[in-house]
Ligand binder design. Structure first.
Ligand SMILES: [Zn+2]
Length: 496
């Protein structure tokens, strides 16, 4: 066709949808491509390739858009993956292609790397080679950034207004209700009712959790119930028809809680009682079972990510333990959480070696502390006093025994002896105590290594947290590279 018509434009189309909250983008992928194909036909262009990024946001830095990257690469080489020449690009709107200045710059660079290309979007055919277009594009990016923010605000606002109207804002079917989120699912509602009654009467969340697991209940997302999810269910204001946003009940103008349009499982009175009971028991309110959250891995939350981010700050995200991939020789690893959880996802450490190094460091530190504590026990300072007391008593005896030049009669002797004896006894007891103290401190020093191995994971974590504030893990040493202990920096607590 090209040979027959050298002026024919072979163009590629780019389509993208993102998930904006839970509402699908207005333009479905198919709609976008259909629209572009029609436009191409009108312009006499030939669509030679379709790039599609499904469910990808263009405003988030962390999201890699595979087809967008492919498009940039193809624009640079000049041909599609199948080898067709690329004479142009189409998009429904330029915000499909880029929403961030850096993407715009990369796109423009790739596009203009070849002469004579055409570009088409909702504004018609545009000349990307024209002077000033860089600026125009950047302004567009700025506009779409503000548009994104506005949309986010809108979602938030509509959440609140729905709540004010008493309408359900739940994304998932809440446990206890049918899919319409209004009608009760009898067996689940009954389980909640019973649980509320029992918790008010003193049952623990753990007991309820076990009961629900045994009964085969699963959360509306399809997972088995855990302590946390049971607790969330029981604390949800929805149970009594109320609605809470960020822990606050939504109230009307008269300060009365808004009552939802859905059926209630329990009365407001019961709900207040059960939440009060859970709060009272939770103590700190941190939402952990009594006895503390049981960790599976030694250094979860103790390791912090030391990756330096683009803006020069350190990530400092709490790293979590994860099960290592099956093909690896070690069983667990630590990783900085993904960006949605406030991490950078850049630092990864194999678990066995990391645990080993930190344990050794902590043992060394504990030993040193024990040694200095042993040294802190001073020598016994009453040795002189004891010697004098012994002498005095001997002297008294001697003088009493020596008949000739006796100055001490029986009466004097027996009156003085108990005083001296008691003094001796006190001093010797004091010396014994002191020696025991010293011995104990010395023994502790020897014992640390031995007793460490018999500690449970929780005990070890407690011991570690006593001396360490955190361990900062710098990225590196992943894959085949040797594990570098120097990349782990302990932050010790100062003993005072
Ligand atoms: Zn990080």
């Amino acid at each position: 066709m090209l040979a027959a018509d050298p002026t024919l434009k072979c163009v590629t189309c780019y389509a993208r949808i993102s998930f904006d909250g839970r509402v699908k983008d207005a333009h479905g992928i198919e709609d976008q491509h259909r629209g572009m194909t029609e436009e191409a036909r009108k312009l006499g262009w030939l669509v030679v390739y379709r790039y599609t990024d499904n469910d990808k946001s263009a405003s988030k830095e962390s999201v890699v858009r595979d087809d967008f990257e492919q498009l940039l690469a193809d624009l640079a080489t000049g041909t599609t993956p199948e080898g067709y020449p690329i004479h142009g690009v189409m998009a429904v709107n330029d915000d499909r292609l880029y929403r961030r200045p850096s993407d715009w710059e990369r796109y423009l660079k790739a596009f203009t790397s070849h002469e004579g290309r055409v570009y088409h979007d909702s504004n018609g055919v545009q000349d990307l080679y024209a002077e000033g277009f860089e600026i125009k594009g950047l302004v567009g990016v700025a506009m779409s950034l503000s548009e994104t923010r506005k949309k986010q605000r809108r979602t938030r606002n509509s959440h609140r207004s729905r709540a004010l109207r008493g309408q359900s804002v739940a994304a998932w079917r809440p446990f206890g209700w049918e899919d319409d989120k209004i009608t009760l699912r009898p067996e689940e509602a009954e389980a909640i009712r019973q649980a509320v009654k029992d918790v008010i009467a003193g049952a623990s969340i753990s007991e309820i959790t076990r009961r629900w697991q045994k009964a085969g209940f699963i959360t509306s997302r399809g997972n088995p119930f855990q302590y946390q999810t049971v607790k969330q269910v029981l604390q949800n204001a929805r149970l009594c028809g109320y609605r809470a946003i960020k822990g606050e009940l939504v109230r009307d103008g008269d300060d009365q809680p808004i009552v939802g349009e859905w059926d209630a499982v329990i009365t407001p009175k019961q709900w207040f009682a059960v939440t009060a009971k859970i709060r009272e028991r939770g103590g700190s309110g941190a939402g952990v079972p009594r006895g503390g959250l049981v960790h599976k891995y030694l250094l979860t939350g103790i390791l912090r990510c030391g990756n330096v981010l683009e803006d020069g700050t350190t990530c400092n995200g709490k790293m979590v333990g994860i099960k290592a991939n099956d093909w690896l020789r070690y069983e667990h690893a630590y990783t900085c959480k993904g960006t949605v959880d406030g991490g950078c996802h850049k630092t990864y450490k194999r678990g066995d070696k990391t645990d080993d190094i930190i344990e050794k460091l902590v043992i060394k530190k504990l030993k040193k502390e024990a040694a200095s504590k042993a040294k802190d026990v001073p020598d016994w300072d009453k040795a002189e006093a004891l010697k004098r007391a012994v002498n005095s008593r001997n002297e008294l005896e001697r003088r009493w025994h020596d008949d000739e030049d006796t100055e001490i009669d029986d009466e004097t002797f027996f009156r003085n002896l108990p005083v001296l004896e008691r003094r001796l006894k006190d001093l010797r007891a004091d010396r014994r105590n002191h020696e025991a103290l010293k011995a104990e401190a010395e023994a502790a020093k020897e014992d640390i290594e031995k007793s460490w191995d018999s500690k449970t994971l929780t005990q070890k974590r407690t011991a570690i947290k006593k001396v360490l504030i955190a361990v900062v893990a710098q990225p590196g040493g992943k894959g085949n590279k040797a594990f570098d202990p120097e990349l782990l920096k302990p932050v010790w607590k100062t003993s005072e």
